[in-house]
Ligand binder design. Structure first.
Ligand code: ATP
Ligand code: FE
Ligand code: MG
Length: 347
């Protein structure tokens, strides 16, 4: 099966062709991506209107390149997939409309993919991970722990009540005068910093439900920064290291609780899967590797380029849905908000 995937929900325009013919998992035939980071850097964050215009400018060209690099024509495809949300609506419209047009012109099935499902299924593309598994989705817009039982069968075990973890990295970076996007910058600074210099809070640590809260931690970094201002290079590195250490403690604790909940309600997970941009963080990965080892689980993390937003994960989710006959009508609407899984009712 051969599917084209288009991703335009945030600040990356991406198009990719993925084939499912090789033993269960997928083969990425092309994976084109154009990041708008430079367009947004001056504003310290993504500006929706700028993002939408930038997607319009490049999406056709990117699709052409993805097809050419894969060596396939539109007529060779088994389907066209696009992320139909959640995300910045202007961008989502661009990608979904492009996919609809291609599907209509080439008379191919259209698959409207939930962007979060793209992240959630990506370890099956790269590692052929079997259902069910525990997903820790940690990106700029989302922080969730989800029991992934099958395609379209997701149970949300917990998530953030305020900021996403990537967002907390980005805001911390901005506060400390580091350029956007902040996650990789904070990680780099943390490498030469002292993680024990600042005693920052570990919000939600020990709570029975695997939820997160990041805004207090972010505020604590601000308070410390203001207290010792003006900041030297060493101060910035130590604040980054202390912040990252707090995040890691929280992530490990919350994931451990989710694993317990998973085993009580959803059976035995085949793996702990980490997806989303924050999964690119080596300290986070190492800590989760330890947790997986302790609990006798396999840790599956896509390579960094497939952790952050990309077209291959959308093409792959398209393949997974097509295989199960899940096709969308050309009238399918773009969605700014689109939860992956409803939160279970809690006492
Ligand atoms: P969405 O939440 O809708 O998926 P997004 O574009 O923010 O949107 P990703 O592209 O998956 O999501 O991830 C980007 C986020 O990951 C940013 O917040 C970025 O700071 C964070 N990030 C990237 N690399 C690292 C890193 N090495 N350490 C920590 N955070 C990182
Ligand atoms: Fe994403
Ligand atoms: Mg992004």
């Amino acid at each position: 099966m051969l599917v084209l995937g288009i991703e335009t929900t945030c600040d990356e325009t991406a198009a990719s062709v993925v084939s499912s013919e090789r033993d269960g998992h997928g083969e990425i035939l092309s994976n084109e991506i154009l990041s708008q980071i430079a367009d947004h850097a001056a504003y310290g964050g993504v500006v929706p209107e700028i993002a939408a215009r930038a997607h319009v400018e490049v999406v056709d060209h990117l699709v052409e390149r993805a097809l050419a690099k894969a060596g396939v024509r539109l007529s060779d495809l088994d389907g066209v997939a696009a992320a139909a949300g959640p995300g910045l609506i202007g961008g989502v419209i661009v990608g979904l409309t492009t996919a609809k047009t291609l599907a209509l012109v080439a008379n191919k099935p259209l698959v409207a993919v939930n962007h979060l499902e793209g992240h959630a299924l990506s370890p099956r593309l790269t590692d052929g991970v079997a259902f069910p598994y525990l997903l820790l989705l940690v990106s700029g817009g989302h922080t969730q722990l989800v029991a992934v039982k099958g395609v379209g069968d997701y149970v949300r075990l917990g998530g953030t009540v305020d900021d996403a973890i990537g967002e907390a990295f980005d805001k911390t970076a901005k506060m400390l005068g580091l350029p956007y996007p902040g996650g990789p910058q904070v990680e780099r600074e943390a490498e030469r910093g002292d993680p024990e210099r600042f005693a920052l809070p570990r919000p939600m640590l020990g709570r029975a439900a695997p939820d997160f809260s990041l805004s207090g931690l972010k505020t604590a970094v601000r308070v410390e920064a203001e207290r010792i201002a003006p900041l030297t290079g060493k101060d910035v590195a130590d604040l980054c290291a202390s912040f990252q250490a707090a995040v890691v403690d929280v992530v490990v604790d919350r994931t451990r609780v989710a694993l317990k909940l998973f085993r009580e309600t959803a059976g035995h997970p085949s793996a702990l899967v980490v997806a989303g941009g924050v999964a690119a963080n080596a300290t986070v990965r190492r800590a989760l590797q330890r947790l997986a080892g302790e609990t006798g689980l396999r840790l599956a993390v896509p390579p960094p380029a497939l952790c952050t937003d990309n077209g291959a994960m959308i093409a792959w989710a398209g393949i997974e849905r097509l295989r199960r006959g899940l096709v969308d009508d050309l009238s399918v609407a773009p969605r700014a908000r689109w939860p992956l899984a409803p939160a279970p009712a809690r006492a």
